[in-house]
Design a protein around this ligand. Structure first.
Ligand SMILES: NC(=O)C1=CN([C@@H]2O[C@H](COP(=O)(O)OP(=O)(O)OC[C@H]3O[C@@H](n4cnc5c(N)ncnc54)[C@H](O)[C@@H]3O)[C@@H](O)[C@H]2O)C=CC1
Ligand SMILES: O=C1O[C@@H]([C@H](O)CO)[C@H](O)[C@H]1O
Length: 308
């Protein structure tokens, strides 16, 4: 079977760290061209814009988008208009309205679309979901705390409107929670701590619930230094489930559980391959809706300026 000829837009940190290695490790894909405004990608044809790639570049079947969320909507629309399948990094767009429009446009074009909530593919997630399916949940505590200087060095876009600030990693925790929990979540209250020189929060506390009043709390911190923490603890009548290291580790009542050996991005691209083969799509809006609702109801607290 011919490999899926892939173009990639935005050869930045995550494309270099995760996407290109995952693509190169999967024989179902062939990376044939990159469009980027930064350093070029070795071994493939490089272009300065998606338009130039589509017009003058090699034939592609699909495009992976690794640009910042601001401006991504127009880029994905360009690919859809050219009949390409699309894999879109999280968050899918800078606004909920744009993401909703992409869902509709993918359906209208009859191509495959994936909103790549990469944390949903962490090794412990499916085993956690299976265990929780028959349990009685009492509460959920999310602690997602990392060092923005490590993961987004020099990336001004993350602090600008549409860049989400701490919700850029925090949305990963919300993507896991919305995948594990049976009912939709509602944001009851949020406190957004915004540096004086930024447009998006550096920390946030969020209180959520589902229709059965499950108590879900999240603490996000983007300036957490070296002792980073990506954990979700779910207290049930039958015991305590805990995901650590972003979902890579799973324990139940303190006992470490067997998890998948496949990495997040290998699983993301295997899922995308399956969607293309099945002429299907997977474009969940729930994580982005929770972020939007946190901004709607969130109280703002000004904090000291942030300097990279
Ligand atoms: N940095 C990280 O650890 C992770 C980032 N992500 C997500 O991946 C996305 C990108 O993040 P990073 O790679 O960290 O950002 P980055 O700033 O390192 O890379 C963005 C790249 O897009 C390029 N670009 C921007 N506009 C473009 C355009 N119109 N046409 C072509 N290229 C364009 C830039 O030149 C840059 O190379 C974000 O949505 C982020 O949430 C996901 C997982 C982890
Ligand atoms: O999606 C993302 O993951 C984090 C980091 O790479 C791991 O937690 C990053 O801040 C965010 O863009």
């Amino acid at each position: 079977m011919q490999p899926i000829r892939l173009g990639l837009v935005g050869y930045g940190k995550i494309a270099q760290d995760q996407h290109v290695p995952a693509i190169q490790a999967n024989p179902a894909f062939q990376l044939v061209a990159v469009a980027t405004q930064g350093q070029p990608c070795a071994g493939v044809e490089n272009f300065r814009s998606l338009g130039e790639l589509l017009e003058n570049g090699p034939q592609v079947d699909a495009i992976a988008f690794c640009t910042p969320p601001q401006g991504r909507f127009a880029l994905v629309q360009q690919a859809l208009a050219a009949g390409k399948h699309v894999l879109v990094e999280k968050p899918p767009c800078a606004t909920l309205g744009e993401a909703m429009a992409l869902v509709e446009q993918v359906r209208e074009q009859g191509v495959s679309g994936l909103f790549a909530w990469h944390s949903r593919y962490a090794p412990g997630i499916e085993a956690a979901r299976d265990w929780l399916a028959s349990r009685t949940l009492h509460s959920v505590q999310i602690d997602w705390k990392e060092d923005v200087r490590k993961w987004h060095p020099g990336q001004a876009w993350i602090w600008q409107p549409g860049g989400l600030g701490v919700f850029d990693p925090g949305i990963n925790a919300l993507s896991i929670a919305t995948h594990l929990l049976a009912l939709p979540l509602f944001v009851e209250s949020a406190e957004l701590r915004v540096p004086d020189n930024c447009q998006s929060p550096i920390a946030a506390s969020i209180k959520m619930a589902d229709a059965r009043h499950l108590d879900v709390r999240a603490e996000f911190d983007f300036d957490h230094g070296h002792d980073e923490l990506w954990s979700i603890e779910i207290r049930c009548a039958e015991g305590v489930l805990r995901l650590d290291n972003g979902g890579a580790l799973l324990s139940i009542d303190g006992v470490r559980q067997a998890v998948s050996e496949e990495g997040e991005y290998a699983a993301v691209y295997r899922h995308f391959q399956q969607l293309v083969n099945d002429k299907a799509s997977d474009m969940d809006l729930q994580p982005l809706r929770l972020v939007a609702d946190s901004f709607f109801v969130g109280s703002r607290m000004a904090v000291e300026p942030f300097y990279d």
